[in-house]
Design a protein around this ligand. Structure first.
Ligand code: 8YV
Length: 321
């Protein structure tokens, strides 16, 4: 009988994923979902050959250097890999994988929810009902703006961006996008390509951020760029908080330059921004883009497929380093 390969799992995962892990690996699970410090992580990595991690663990250059030599592969339970210093992994010859595709639909659903919630002032209305403070109606009461027929600007037309566009077409939105590369015409489905963010912004009644956080995209939405959006525009972010200058966003929401913002991601996670949370014209969620049981299972299975491939001498399909 061949002995099983050893895997350290940093967070508690859905049962179906943990069952498969237990069946196929000698696995160190985290049933109490303890948040490991870097020292814990290094110590627990012990003799592990693989680590299955979430984006809550930060693999900085220093952490990667300290990983034991036994670790050959880090399989992320996430599509984003901005918590991993990929160059340091490459230098150490440790393989890194992610989980693309399987969370695109779930994240696009949340982008649409944020658009609708921000445009139709859903958060204000919901809070009013819960507080029992709805005591009047007038023609101008709780008036928001329509989503139907508006121009949607998408920054990052990858897997998620393309599904957001597809769903938005159901609201007869005119789709504009900016991406490193133009999509093949057949995949554009009428979406209008912009070479630059500066060209995209003035036609974005609603702006959706759908690109990864990389050195090129961090802080991409600055005060100067927000000023280029149409007055009363709406900003939606399901990608990463680091894409937005949060102070500039708050200023624009306070001045009325932006009508509202729908956010699922923040610079500070978990927690978010107390300043943003105080603004009435925001619709806020706690980073739940991929939080459906179907998706969270699929993410785990995809991470496991990558480990299975590595340990049977096949190339993991989602290798990023
Ligand atoms: C996950 C995400 O919740 O996959 C990603 O990049 O941002 C999220 O949807 C998280 O990363 C899980 O590790």
């Amino acid at each position: 009988m061949t002995s099983k390969h050893t895997v350290l799992v940093t967070r508690k995962l859905p049962k179906a994923v943990e069952d498969r892990l237990k069946r196929d690996y000698d696995v160190h699970l985290n049933p109490d979902d303890i948040m490991y410090t870097t020292d814990d992580l290094i110590k627990l990595s012990g003799e592990a050959e693989a680590i299955l991690t979430c984006n809550t663990e930060h693999f900085t250059g220093d952490v990667v250097l300290r990983l034991p030599d036994s670790v050959k592969i880090v399989a992320n339970y996430s599509v984003g890999v901005d918590h991993c210093d990929l160059e340091s992994f490459r230098k150490r010859g440790i393989i890194v994988t992610n989980t693309p595709d399987v969370l695109s639909d779930a994240t696009a659903e949340i982008a649409i929810l944020l658009m609708l919630g921000a445009a139709r002032r859903a958060s204000e209305g919901e809070r009013m009902m819960r507080k029992g403070s709805w005591n009047k109606w007038s023609p101008e009461f709780m008036v928001g703006s329509a989503v139907t027929g508006k121009r949607l600007g998408i920054i990052g037309m990858g897997r998620v961006g393309q599904i957001v566009a597809k769903r938005a077409r159901g609201f007869e939105m005119e789709i504009h996008y900016c991406n490193r590369r133009r999509l093949p015409e057949a995949n554009e489905n009428g979406a209008i390509y912009h070479h630059s963010i500066e060209s995209l912004l003035p036609v974005s009644d609603i702006l959706s951020l759908n690109c990864p956080a990389t050195p090129e995209t961090i802080n991409l939405l600055t005060a100067e760029r927000i000023a280029m959006l149409p007055d009363g525009a709406i900003v939606v972010n399901t990608a990463r908080g680091a894409l937005i200058d949060e102070k500039a966003l708050v200023d624009a929401l306070n001045s009325g330059k932006l009508a509202s913002a729908g956010l699922d991601v923040y610079r500070n996670e978990p927690g978010g921004s107390p300043t943003i949370s105080k603004l009435p014209n925001t619709f806020l969620l706690p980073h739940i883009g991929s939080a459906t049981i179907e998706t969270r299972n699929a993410m785990g299975f995809r991470a496991l497929d990558n480990l299975d491939a590595y340990f049977s001498n096949r190339a993991p399909r989602d290798r990023v380093a």
